[in-house]
Write a protein that binds this ligand. Structure first.
Ligand code: DMJ
Length: 605
């Protein structure tokens, strides 16, 4: 693969340039000077005609070419990716840092294997494992970790063999209890599928994946076809989430698609595809004004229910999968990224995010994504939307996602340069690239804490918060952790639970720019994890307050440490060819699935 391009595939219907005219084709009987003038005129007319045709097909391509010809690539745009610190051989591993991440993975895995092998969850301080239900484990931690071992290769070869044996001999899904449909799909089904792809097509994984997927399918038996939040794997019966008024979370419903489509492609069983695509059909039909999506849907009529609108919990991966579905099927599904005047679902959503959620911080130094909260007011109980300056760590996936979208969905040519030139992007691509770069920088800034780790939730300052009066010169400049008070038990917002979203964006940003700063930021986060989350006896734990040292730890090592956080850090420092973005798309739990051109054509448009 060429190293100076993003390596992402050519977009369907991309305009091709054609050389015009040829030598010695003057008209007979015409004097040379007249002929030269005439030729020039003909060339000019042909040039204009061709230019006109291309302009109609792609006005931005012409604009970009003209600007480039005139050398007017605005400087601010040209280096918008970050600055000037490009790594000459960006695609080559930083071996020392990569190996430090491998050692961290071993530290986490060995402790888990010693204390809790096969259990769903791990508590490193007490050295114990627990299962999600009393009906036995479903391989949450083992399956979630396997593909990271496969990517890390030789240093994890023995660990991989043992993990594979556990899956082959012990993993079974005949568990009479309710499991979360979404979590089981992204972690266990996604993990099994990637293990199949990365292990050289070990069919044991596919047999397990088919068994699990078949047990999950009944979750889709609701009037609208949206999946119920819970699924009893033994009884094959779905149920709604009473704790959330029997509503269906938007992110949960719209983040099963990559996994079930991959399985449909592998097995030829179109039912997997139809079930998850129908969810997208329902969501498309339910479109809220302005293209926004609230975080809950009704299982009965499939309409959006009045609830918060955000890129954080219950909203996040809905947006992530709009792009990734389009990438997974080799950019062939126009419903996500419409080529014509009608907006694709991805474009629609990205416009909505820019028009309604992205805000500037009080100092103007950062942009962030706010939330919209519905409120009833007035005599008729009219609904108004209150903008809340709250950003979950979960929302930090969006920076990298926007950058990835900009160089694919928002690209005029394919592949684009690394980093992309602004003339290679559409207007939407430029907008998304810039906001992606800036949102990654914002998320990095939220690591400016006593531990160098970012809190679970930050609030950005707004003019009316009165903090200047209350706190004088100690008032935070841009953001703060709400409710955190010296001497008191820290609020939930203050914790770092080993989440991956910022390093996920750093990995993408590095791959798409080759800019050293993203590796530096990733390394700094890694060192903070080592310093503050590492448990002496093995494993890593949640920090309860990122702004307090020495830290207090909570006895929990989330499975996404090994499936996502350490994988993204490893990929940030590893050779680019370990996982080319032109060939794989990562599911929301960082399980890479291959890009394919689908044989199934459902006509969803
Ligand atoms: C992961 O389980 C997935 O990334 C999911 O989409 C939401 N976030 C957690 C990790 O933070």
């Amino acid at each position: 693969m060429s190293k100076d391009s993003a390596g992402l595939r050519k977009r369907k219907g991309q305009a091709k340039e054609k050389r015009q005219g040829s030598e010695g084709d003057e008209l007979p009987g015409v004097e040379p000077t007249t002929s030269a003038t005439l030729n020039a005129l003909i060339y000019f007319l042909v040039f204009c005609a061709v230019g006109g045709v291309i302009y109609i097909a792609s006005p931005e391509l012409i604009k970009g070419l003209v600007l480039e010809f005139l050398g007017i690539e605005a400087e601010a745009e040209a280096d918008y990716y970050s600055g000037a610190s490009l790594v000459p051989n960006w695609w080559v591993a930083d071996v020392e840092k990569r190996d430090a991440v491998v050692n961290a993975f071993k530290w986490a895995w060995h402790a888990y294997e010693r204390d809790a092998m096969g259990d769903d969850e791990y508590h490193p301080i007490s050295g114990k494992g627990t299962n999600l239900t009393s009906a036995g484990g479903i391989g949450y931690t083992v399956v979630d970790s396997i593909d990271t071992m496969l990517l890390m290769g030789e240093p994890l070869a023995e660990e991989y063999k043992r993990a594979r044996s556990w899956v082959a001999d012990k993993l079974q899904f005949d568990c009479d209890a309710n499991f979360n449909t979404f979590e089981t799909t992204i972690r266990v089904l996604g993990g099994l599928l990637t293990a199949y792809h990365l292990s050289g097509e070990d069919t044991m994984y596919i047999r397990k994946a088919v068994d699990l997927a078949d047990r999950i399918l009944p979750a889709f038996e609701t009037p609208a076809g949206l999946p119920m939040s819970l699924i009893n794997l033994a009884q094959r019966r779905g149920s709604l989430d009473k704790d959330n008024y029997n509503l269906i979370s938007t992110a949960e419903a719209a983040t099963l698609q990559l996994e079930f489509k991959d399985l449909a492609e592998l097995t030829g069983n179109e039912v997997y595809w139809e079930k998850v695509e129908n969810v997208m059909r329902v969501i498309k039909k339910a479109r809220m004004p302005a293209g926004l999506a609230s975080i809950f849907l009704s299982p009965n009529d499939g309409q959006f229910v009045q609830s918060a609108i955000r890129l954080g919990s219950r909203g996040d991966s809905y947006y992530e999968y709009l792009l990734k579905q389009w990438l997974q099927t080799n950019q062939t599904e126009d419903v996500y990224r419409e080529a014509g005047p009608q907006l694709g679902m991805y474009d629609d959503a990205m416009n909505a995010i820019h028009n309604h959620l992205i805000q500037k911080s009080i100092t103007g130094n950062f942009i962030y994504t706010a939330e919209l909260i519905p409120e009833r007011s007035g005599p008729g109980g009219e609904v108004s939307w209150r903008l809340t300056p709250k950003q979950d760590h979960l929302a930090c996936f969006i920076g990298g996602s926007l950058m990835l979208g900009a160089v694919t969905s928002g690209a005029l040519i394919s592949p684009v340069s690394i980093p992309p030139k602004m003339s290679e992007l559409t207007d939407q691509g430029k907008r998304d690239w810039k906001s992606g770069v800036e949102l990654v920088r914002t998320c990095w800034n939220t690591h400016d804490t006593a531990t160098g780790l970012a809190p679970e939730i930050v609030h950005f300052r707004i003019k009316s918060d009165g903090m200047d009066q209350m706190m004088g010169s100690t008032a935070p400049h841009d953001w703060y952790i709400k409710g955190a008070r010296r001497g008191e038990f820290p609020p939930y917002d203050a914790r770092y639970m080993l989440r991956p979203e910022t390093v996920e964006s750093l990995f993408l940003a590095y791959r798409l720019t080759g800019d050293a700063r993203y590796r530096e930021w990733g390394w700094s986060i890694f060192r903070s994890i080592e310093k503050h989350c590492k448990v002496e006896t093995g494993g890593y734990a949640t920090v309860v307050n990122v702004d307090e040292v020495p830290v207090r730890l909570e006895d929990k090592m989330e499975t996404f440490l090994m499936s996502e956080t350490l994988k993204y850090l490893y990929l940030l420092f590893a050779d680019e060819e370990i996982l080319p973005l032109s060939q794989y798309v990562l599911n929301t739990e960082a399980h890479p699935l291959p890009i394919f051109t689908p044989n199934i054509h459902t006509g969803f448009s």
